[in-house]
Design a protein around this ligand. Sequence first.
Ligand code: HEC
Ligand code: HEC
Ligand code: HEC
Length: 427
Amino acid sequence: MTLKPRLLWGGGLLVVVALVAAVALMWKPAIAPVSSPPASSFDAQTRLAGARVVALGDCVVCHTAKGGQPFAGGLPLATPFGTIYATNITPDVDTGIGKWSLEAFTRAIRYGVARDGHLLYPAFPYIHFTRMSDNEISAAYAYLMTREPVKATAPANELIFPLNFRPLLAFWNVLFLHPGAEVADASKDVQWNRGKLLVDGLGHCASCHSPLNLIGGEKLGHAFDGGVVDGWEAPALNALDAAPKPWTQAQLVTYLRTGRASEHGAAAGPMLPVTRDLATVPEADVQAIATYILSIQKPQSTPTADAPAPTAALPPEAKRGAELFAASCAQCHGPHSPMQAVGERPTLAFSTAVNAATPRNAIQMILNGISWHGEDSINYMPAFSQVYSDQQIADLTSYIRAAYSQRAPWKDVEQSVATVRKENDAR
Ligand code: HEC
Ligand code: HEC
Ligand code: HEC
């Protein structure tokens, strides 16, 4: 009898403790604003180091709207929960991070908390950036604080209820944010450890190359098993040995720095800007990344050998595709095209997209092509989305699969083309 009120008391106390804990998790204090530190307060060497950090972190890729000023924000990022806009990280005092102290900036990078205390969405990859060293963070800060301030406010996010209520992110963070510096593995050499740090931290490779669970967290135990981002498949980084030709260290470094690899293919879609950033960092960083990536390969069944000759007995859709290919693609991809004759150019038989389990990336490549970049036109491929119907794109896709891959034909390709187009239009 006397137990009852005690139980009630105990229960009540537990609820209060839980509420206090939840509130402490969900609301973080603001960090006092500072007046923008003058450029002269950062030495040239730190700023230069910052340029490398910012390139490795792809900060400009997300924080720049189409045709907008670098770092001024406004780029929409589509998530299954709605659209999140990257914010302005130029040192503008009203709309950017001009009033942020290094302490506030560090808290954002390590814990995903903005200066005023609101929790940031994990579309900002702080769960990876948390591995950055203090030096890397202060170098990035120095670099960003010495950019041109731009007045620009990102549009308001369009997120579904209840995810538009930021404090709830506290519970997501309990599951997926494991703050703290990377612990070096003493059994591995310096290069490997440096690569792991760059891949897990600044490079945030897993944020695209890992599958996500229903609440947008990276699936536990499936790091680098492959993911989907912006309608593209980011292939498994631990199955590079399944490629028709296994990757070498040199090819992987070249791919990451130039966006193409002679026995594989070219970077396109969301991977293209990653390679453009990696082109600007010291080669040693990319060597380290490649060393680490090649060390995480899972054992594969024997890779398939060289390209098969196009088969005589093509299915009807591939036959139609063959004619379109001769008209629109062979001048670059045909066996005697100048592009093939230069050597160094990959044949489609080596392409991950053409050998993949689904036609998604092959369709994306044909629809979007690969955009012209500065002086370097070597990776250029025209976009065919306005040129061909869904059926024609599907025929071409079926043809390159039949002619260049030894794997089974893809099914329902036309349906996939329609789906990919619809998704692209909605983006
Ligand atoms: C994959 C895209 C992506 C990348 C890469 C990225 N960011 Fe962001 N970042 C975002 C988004 C989206 C937000 C806004 C999140 C929100 O509003 O909750 C954000 C917010 C921030 C904020 C908070 C700003 C504010 O006003 O609240 C800072 C600081 C920041 N990013 C710095 C960086 C730095 C430094 C890098 C590179 C090392 C970087 N970001 C790379 C997407 C990205
Ligand atoms: C002006 C030359 C040009 C034309 C025309 C062209 N492509 Fe490409 N394509 C390229 C280049 C360059 C690449 C990047 C790979 C490389 O560096 O060789 C590429 C890549 C691809 C890939 C991806 C290979 C990879 O990197 O994994 C596919 C698939 C593809 N093309 C299909 C086609 C099809 C189908 C057509 C015709 C509808 C076509 N291309 C027309 C130049 C061209
Ligand atoms: C913004 C998302 C994104 C990020 C970040 C990203 N990747 Fe990718 N990556 C992709 C996509 C999508 C593809 C497939 C498109 C293509 O083949 O061009 C790809 C392709 C690749 C490929 C080619 C795989 C193959 O089999 O052809 C390699 C290698 C690769 N990425 C390595 C990396 C590494 C290493 C990092 C980190 C430094 C990284 N990626 C970061 C999206 C991303």
